[in-house]
Design a protein around this ligand. Structure first.
Ligand SMILES: O=C(O)C(=O)[C@H]1CC[C@@H](C(=O)O)C1
Ligand SMILES: [Zn+2]
Length: 326
């Protein structure tokens, strides 16, 4: 039988170099992690004890837990902070957040795959309440290796492991996180786009107090070039993750994660690590872009608190920077 024709991955309007792909114990991989550069690690065995996870296994072994599931009318799942919505009068949530059991999720998934009217994304921190088999798989992760990474790179504590079960075609639009991240692929194929923190001028972040804080205002697949002309100056990286691969996403690095269409349901688990208490972080010159982002965020928060209205921040900052009183 002829293989089903697979559409080529979307071609973006900016160059994408390949993220290095190295054995996890290659000294070069260690150097990239220490330098906070992205790298795809192979052979780590980090989540080998969970590579057999599929929808049936998870339904059978997580039946008594309620899961957060997002529903979107398109295949985008742009994250938003609900607590910041009251400050943004005209904000419209791009997704509906629901709670349901895993078997209910599988049911809705099948309906959505047939109707093609909406998309679903289960995103839930793995905590207690899952079945014994899941606990057994979880404790059998390669904690020795990842804890060594955490220690050697002076990262803070593990904050969470987000379980991600997505439909083929789902896209998490480009954003950054304030945590170090080992992103492990269990099932299906994901295409990841990454941009260094110094690309923030070309990614037009939302204001810090906006519900879409840390997200880009730009739709990379269909950018509004009048509004966001610097998108054409973007220089990015891309990595394709297969089961067993682990992508290191450095803190403040922008990333967009795509569950490849026609490659079936995807299952991933991330390992988010907080940074050590920032007052211990010495400021080094020249300032790294990641330090600039952290400082800019703090300034924006202080100015917003001082002005008391998020809509006053941009004009004030322009006046301050341009030295002109508008
Ligand atoms: O792990 C991260 O940093 C994320 O952004 C996750 C949120 C959605 C996930 C995805 O695979 O689409 C990635
Ligand atoms: Zn992220």
């Amino acid at each position: 039988m002829a293989a089903e024709a697979v559409d080529p991955p979307h071609r973006y309007k900016f160059p994408l170099s390949k993220v290095p792909r190295l054995p996890y114990d290659d000294p070069q991989a260690q150097r990239l992690i220490s330098a906070q550069q992205p790298v795809v690690l192979t052979g780590s065995g980090l989540v080998d004890s969970a590579l057999h996870w599929n929808l049936d296994y998870l339904s059978d072994n997580m039946a008594n837990t309620q899961f957060t599931v997002y529903q979107s009318d398109n295949y985008y799942f742009k994250y938003y902070e609900a607590r910041k919505i009251p400050q943004q009068k005209d904000f419209v949530s791009p997704t509906i957040q629901m709670q349901m059991s895993f078997p209910e999720f599988v049911e809705k998934l099948k309906e959505a795959q047939c109707s093609k009217k909406h998309w679903l994304y289960l995103q839930q921190p793995l905590t207690e309440g899952v079945g014994d088999k899941i606990v057994q798989d979880f404790v059998s992760f390669n904690w020795r290796w990842i804890s060594k990474q955490q220690k050697e790179n002076n990262w803070g504590p593990l904050s969470s492991n987000l379980l991600l079960v997505g439909m083929a075609g789902n896209i998490t639009p480009v954003h950054y996180d304030e945590q170090q991240n080992f992103f492990a692929q269990l099932r299906g194929v994901k295409r990841c786009l990454l941009f260094a923190p110094d690309q923030f001028k070309s990614l037009y972040p939302f204001p810090v107090y906006h519900p879409h804080d840390r997200q880009s205002q730009v739709n990379l697949e269909n950018p509004n070039l009048e509004k966001f002309p610097k998108v054409l100056e973007l220089k990015g990286f891309e990595a394709t993750l297969h089961p067993g691969d682990v992508l290191y996403i450095p803190i403040y690095w922008w990333h967009q994660i795509e569950s490849l269409p026609q490659k079936g349901v995807t299952i991933s688990i991330n390992f988010w690590y907080k940074v050590r208490n920032s007052c211990q972080q010495t400021v080094t010159y020249p300032l790294a872009a990641s330090q600039k982002i952290a400082i800019m965020r703090n300034i924006e928060k202080m100015v917003t608190d001082a002005l008391g209205d998020i809509n006053e921040v941009a004009p004030f900052m322009r006046t301050m920077v341009l030295g002109r009183v508008d």
